[in-house]
Design a protein around this ligand. Structure first.
Ligand SMILES: Cc1cc2nc3c(=O)[nH]c(=O)nc-3n(C[C@H](O)[C@H](O)[C@H](O)COP(=O)(O)O)c2cc1C
Length: 454
């Protein structure tokens, strides 16, 4: 069989009862009710390592989804991304019970001062022996802004302005504050650190003034591997400058131009194409025959909570879908004036404009590939042909999706060269890029060294 280039695999998760397939926690095969048990997450992490996943990725939010009907009730009823625990607290446990799995935590730049955040990530990087990543988000939930002392979400532009300043601070702390040979650890002279090699950063920016120095010694990767999922012009510009792993649209049919744009943006920022990885993503349902997979998929679709889907998409699309009649056909909504232009743009993605709004929300909330293992592998190959380097795999039922993956997909993927049979040694950055543990020289995070160390 002709060998394919290797792909990267990330498990798209959140420290919650229900991440994307709302309501399926109630299915008899699901163990998601164990969300507060460390044993459950340890089992998932070990299972992912058995399945040869590269990354366990934790999304995160800091507010309930309360746009739909102006209420948080639908999200709470269905446990949809609420309650949500802190992934950074879970991360060291998962690192301890695994050897190779990368652990990526999301943290919002409004959440805590860059100084304490930099220390937290350095600590995680030490404890995981260099296996952490950071998904940089600016938040899309107005409630997060209210909860974090901003009285609401700052404007999109301002959030990205803050994010840029935040990055400058953490880069200076991670990359430049401590020289490579600052730590002596010399028993004879009883000197642990050479003070001359530890520098204040004296950052004065539009949002943050930070003197430093960094309060932790450099960790194996210094800067955690940087992830970002941007969709807007300003977001993609930011991702092109900073992100090492960039997420594209999770819809294969529309992802092509976006992939090309993300790569071009990184190039425009002076970065090398091989220093950027682009991920698509999907969810799947497996059957030993196509008919069995379709039957199972229909069963899951029927069990899915439509109210929670309305709540989630009201937040994603920043529009209370309760303002529309769910029984109206999409054609009527598109011709009417009740929906905003950006909502209409999403509705036009529907495979059938004769569907009602409810049919569309049900479809968009349960989009996945149902098929035999060979058909799922073909889907992975199609994504690869489109130009992505990796895939973020959402679960439908946890940990069932990962058990299915380990048992039925991993052996086929290894056979085709799409997955490696054994992990490569080293930090997460070394595993993903096949180079060194640190940011490459062209990356803006590495370039701050010259500013501080001369
Ligand atoms: C795969 C993926 C994961 C994401 N994870 C989070 C998350 O955990 N928390 C969050 O607030 N936003 C998350 N987002 C939203 C993005 O960070 C971003 O805000 C969104 O794509 C809109 O892009 P923009 O910031 O350029 O407007 C995610 C988006 C995608 C596609």
């Amino acid at each position: 069989m002709p060998q394919r280039p290797r792909m990267l695999f990330s498990a798209f998760n959140e420290f919650v009862l229900s991440h994307h397939d709302q309501g399926l926690w109630s299915h008899p095969r699901s163990r998601q009710l164990e969300l507060n048990s460390v044993d459950y997450w340890v089992e998932i992490a070990r299972l992912l390592e058995k399945a040869r996943f590269d990354i366990l990725f934790f999304a995160d939010v800091l507010a309930t989804y309360d746009i739909y009907q102006g209420s948080r009730d639908a999200a709470l009823h269905s446990g949809m991304q609420t309650p949500v625990n802190d992934p950074a607290v879970l991360a060291p446990v998962l690192a301890y019970v695994t050897e190779h799995l990368g652990i990526v935590v999301t943290e919002n730049i409004l959440q805590e001062p860059p100084y304490t955040f930099a220390r937290k990530m350095t600590t995680l990087d030490h404890l995981s022996r260099g296996r952490v990543g950071w998904n940089i988000v600016t938040s899309f939930l107005p409630g997060a802004g209210r909860n974090l002392g901003h009285g609401g979400l700052p404007s999109h532009e301002e959030r990205y302005g803050r994010a840029d300043d935040y990055m400058q601070v953490v880069y200076k702390l991670w990359e430049a504050s401590w020289e490579d040979d600052a730590v002596l650890g010399d028993r004879g002279s009883q000197r642990y650190v050479d003070p001359a090699k530890v520098h204040e950063i004296n950052h004065v920016g539009p949002y943050f003034d930070v003197v430093g120095p960094h309060i932790s010694e450099p960790s194996p990767q210094r800067t955690p591997v940087l992830f970002q999922a941007a969709a807007s012009d300003v977001g993609i510009d930011f991702a092109g400058r900073h992100a090492e792993v960039l997420f594209t649209s999770l819809e294969r049919s529309t992802a092509g131009p976006n992939i090309a744009r993300l790569r071009a943006e990184a190039g425009r920022a002076g970065r090398k194409p091989e220093d950027v990885r682009i991920f698509g993503g999907f969810a799947f349902v497996l059957g030993s025959t196509e008919a069995e997979a379709q039957r199972l998929d229909a069963e899951y679709r029927d069990a899915q909570s439509i109210e929670a889907a309305f709540a989630k998409f009201s937040a994603f699309w920043q529009f209370d879908l309760a303002r529309l009649d769910r029984h109206d056909k999409l054609t009527e909504i598109l011709n009417g004036t009740d929906a905003t232009d950006s909502v209409k743009k999403v509705l036009r993605f529907s495979p059938d404009l004769d569907w009602s709004l409810e049919e569309f929300v049900r479809w968009v909330g349960s989009r996945r590939i149902a098929g035999t293992p060979e058909q799922i592998v073909r889907e992975i190959e199609d994504w690869q042909d489109l130009g992505v380097d990796g895939l973020n795999i959402s679960y439908v039922i946890s940990p069932g999706t990962y058990e299915d993956f380990a048992e039925h997909l991993t052996p086929l993927l290894v056979d085709r060269g799409l997955m490696r049979a054994e992990y490569a040694p080293g930090t997460l950055r070394e595993k993903l890029f096949g180079k060194g543990p640190h940011l490459p020289g062209e990356h803006p995070g590495r370039q701050v060294r010259a500013l501080i160390q001369g």
